[in-house]
Design a protein around this ligand. Structure first.
Ligand code: ADP
Length: 434
């Protein structure tokens, strides 16, 4: 499912960025091509002005001058006297040139808007107009200028053509370059989108994986007591009433086990949904530790363990925290220490503080935790192999403790204790938590 979403998001990101890029490229090309055309036309008009001035000043139009102008400006000249081609055109003229002239004149006559009264022009004064046409025979575009030199008896037309093939080649090059750049960019964008959406999806995928594991582990943990309850009920139905007490006792114990597990799961679920309520009050930490110590002393003694508490000698400031929740964390840590320390072991609960923090530690000289397991013990339902047989342990205690301390903006860490067991340290800020 995530693979599909990943592909879909990559395509979406790439498509959106590609559309934006194409719009930008096309706009740039449009503006750039327009300005190239305009510049070319301006330069052509300037040249035509110069040619017109030259022609006005020449009493006789020489063939050398025309040939020179043709080769210099890459122009083609046609001279018409009252519409009849001059000798200049007939020399070296070709069929293509004649067709070109016809096409040009056809365009000129179809697009001319004002008819100039040539007789009104003073001798050798000129009038010229520039435009653009497409020659179907040559398959190219041309700029053309029609220069009219007025004369009392005749009308001399000089038609100048300038091929736009160089400009068009330049435009084709520019377009090809942009297409290439766009294709490379789309490829880079697709790779980037794939990586980027992968990074975005990673936490969601991990979260989903954790949820699946959580549901699987929870179902597994609930199935065991449920199976015991069902088999006890079956046995109860088959035995005489006086022998049912043992089965009913097991049913009660397994029911309580299920209730504890469900309570733990609800605590974790409320922390996941940010509904973990923390009722902060000013708490005397030394009193809180002594209360926990007294509560666990009988259990420690029962397991032939010595439980001690170390408190600072001086009077302590108050800590702003949720007394019930911190007490729950201490219960989890002390209960674990008692469970994983063989007799005759030692467990110590101690309190220390700095200007901003309280440090509570629970150390034992029990079986200890390997470095590999230290990374995983705060995960939900994680139990070290050796602890799996213990029925009252679900592997949720430390994850609950971790969430409670996290909601107090503190930290819960584990190390090896100097005595060879485990050392859990709670770092609790004095007041910075909500
Ligand atoms: P559990 O309910 O199984 O104790 P926890 O989340 O409290 O679950 O602990 C996770 C695992 O961490 C335990 O299964 C145990 O293997 C290990 N552990 C916790 N505390 C200690 C300790 N004091 N000494 C050794 N191992 C410990």
């Amino acid at each position: 499912m995530f693979q599909k979403v990943h592909i879909y998001l990559t395509l979406l990101c790439t498509a959106i960025t590609t559309i934006i890029m194409i719009i930008m490229s096309c706009s740039y090309l449009y503006v750039s091509e327009k300005s190239l055309y305009k510049n070319q036309m301006d330069s052509f008009k300037n040249d035509m002005n110069t040619i017109a001035t030259n022609l006005e000043q020449q009493p006789v139009i020489s063939m050398e001058w025309l040939s020179k102008m043709e080769s210099q400006g890459n122009y083609t000249f046609f001279l018409l006297d009252n519409g009849v081609p001059f000798l200049y055109n007939t020399l070296g003229s070709s069929e293509e040139k004649n067709i070109l002239l016809e096409e040009c004149l056809a365009d000129y006559h179809s697009s001319i808007l004002i008819d100039v009264d040539h007789s009104s022009l003073s001798p050798y004064a000129s009038y010229h107009t520039e435009s653009e046409f497409f020659s179907p025979s040559a398959g190219k575009k041309y700029f053309y200028s029609v220069l009219i030199l007025g004369h009392s008896s005749s009308k001399l037309q000089v038609i100048v053509l300038s091929s736009l093939s160089t400009l068009e080649e330049q435009i084709v090059h520019q377009r090809s370059f942009f297409i290439l750049i766009d294709l490379i960019t789309i490829l880079v964008l697709a790779v980037f989108s794939w990586i980027f959406t992968g990074i975005l999806l990673k936490p969601i995928m991990e979260n989903q994986k954790k949820q699946v594991q959580f549901v699987a582990a929870a179902s597994h943990e609930l199935r065991t007591p449920l199976a015991v309850i069902l088999s006890c009920v079956e046995c109860c139905q088959k035995t005489e009433p006086q022998k049912q007490a043992g089965f009913l006792n097991t049913i009660t114990n397994e029911g309580m086990r299920m209730r504890n597990l469900i309570d733990d799961m609800l605590t974790l679920s409320s922390s996941d949904n940010q509904r973990f309520s923390i009722n902060t009050k000013s708490v005397e930490m030394d009193t809180l530790l002594v209360d926990s110590y007294e509560a666990f002393q009988p259990l420690a003694r029962q397991n032939k363990l010595s439980l001690s508490v170390s408190l600072p000698e001086c009077s302590l400031p108050l800590c702003n925290c949720d007394k019930e929740r911190i007490s729950q964390v201490l219960s989890i840590l002390l209960h674990n220490a008692i469970s994983y320390t063989p007799a005759p072991g030692k467990i110590n609960l101690s309190l220390d503080y700095s200007r901003e923090h309280f440090y509570i530690s629970v150390s034992d000289n029990g079986i200890g935790i390997s470095d590999e397991d230290k990374k995983k013990i705060f995960d939900r339902f994680y139990r070290v192999e050796k602890a799996r047989s213990a029925k009252e342990h679900f592997g949720l205690g430390l994850s609950i403790a971790y969430e409670i301390i996290k909601s107090h903006r503190g930290s819960l860490t584990v190390k090896d204790s100097p005595e060879g067991g485990a050392l859990f340290i709670i770092d609790l800020p004095k007041s910075k938590h909500g």
